[in-house]
Design a protein around this ligand. Sequence first.
Ligand code: ME8
Length: 518
Amino acid sequence: MSAVFYLTTPIYYMNGEPHIGHTYATVVADTLARYHRLCGERTFLLTGSDEHGEKVLEAAAERGVPPQEITDHYSAIFRSTWDELGLHYDRFIRTTEPAHRQVVQGILQTLFDRGQIYFQEYGGNYCVGCERFLTERDLVDGLCRDHERAPEHRTESNYFFKMTEHFEWLVGHFEEHPDFVRPERYRNEALAMLRDESGLGDLCISRPKSRLHWGIELPFDADYVCYVWFDALVNYLTGAGYPDGEEFPEFWSECQHVIGKDILKPHAIFWPTMLHALGVEPPRHLNVHGFWNVDDRKVSKSLGNMVAPLIMRDRYGFDAFRYYLMRDMVFGLDASFSEEALVARVNADLANNLGNLVSRTLNMTERFTEGRVPEPGPGDEPERAVESALAQAVAEVDRRVREMALHRALEAILRAVDAANRYLEQREPWKAAKDPERAGGVATTLYTCCEALRITALLLSPFLPEKSAEILARLGLEGALKGARLPADASWGRIPVGSPTSVGKPLFPRIESEEQPA
Ligand code: ME8
């Protein structure tokens, strides 16, 4: 385990409100950051807004406002949405910040001075509707696929980064670091792009102001602005204090990105080559997730199926929503969102399995041991089986989180909960309490369940921060997450005997089908 952990989300385009996709990436990052923090690593999570480029300019034009106004508006919405949902970040970066502009211009100048950037005129198919050069893929029967009109042949001069010079090095980097891009399917995809020489040339990193003025000006030519992806990727450096930040070298050496599969190419190809030209190490991992489709269709504004996170929070509680997002998506693969699936998942895992253990344990502690965690006896085989199920979960969660199999980490925790529920069925404290021969064992049974719940809550806390804190509070351990450490605090036998328990309302009420929206 390293001492620090630096994690980033994509910086989202500020041309609309956050939807399920942005929420998923941010939830994954928030969970990972919480987990690493719980392990005692100094953790820094960066998120933010991508504010330049054509998409933002188009959104501003549609609304008839200046681009800065639209980015101020959406940036505030993204930020307040994450705050309201309890998604914690250490820095929210905006690419229109002067500090970021300075870093981007500094990098451009360095690369220019090193001969890594050249100027060239080129000609191509330009679509006036799209206001850009089209590639072969944009054409259908020689017409622009969006505007159904023939492109014009135009020439333009631009600045290019000598990206291809770094490809040999990059292939070597992929070979030496097989988990640089993970899961493996995306590593293979990136390598295929890299090996398909016809698909990639040097990277055009400028746009003439006559065509696009909304961007960071090139320090060596005031007639041009920087290409939005070059500017956007650099946010990861700015956010960590590049170039002179005292902590930059340490954090950068443990940098990992969370990205969606749609932005693999800029992250797996452009970004490492840019860093290599600068003499900065590539990030340790690109963690690539798949896409949420809604009712089997792509999420899009025009379909109006964007799934607003605040609405989900109001309807189901945010912990339930985040649980569903992480449990039902195999990290790296696509998944289909539906409220029916969400309800089924929450009812099965949280209401029935975990909720049951919580309510039975706390109710019986109230009834049989005066609302206190009782002093246990020495215990027997069944108690040791619960202890061992929890120990296994602690080890497996660590492995699974670090390899980005979050759904498997949750499965491992729920398996331990299952084991504790089965143990309760076996010991039947509700019957044993009335049986003079078995009544003596009730304290041990309830102690075992309280301790299993404590460890479960600790393990679940990065995934379900609110509900875990609530479980701990009901075990008389309010505030226990503050300063808690894994794995030490997850070792068996740490719950204080005599801790006051409270029953409270059901933590995860079953969502009844009549409440399901149509
Ligand atoms: O691409 N399912 O920003 P963006 C899952 N600004 N995740 C989704 C998703 C979906 N249906 N839709 C979006 C950009 N995402 C650039 C990034 S980074 C230097 C610059 C998530 O607003 C996913 O993580 O289009 C995807 O990569 C990201 O949002 C793209 O957000």
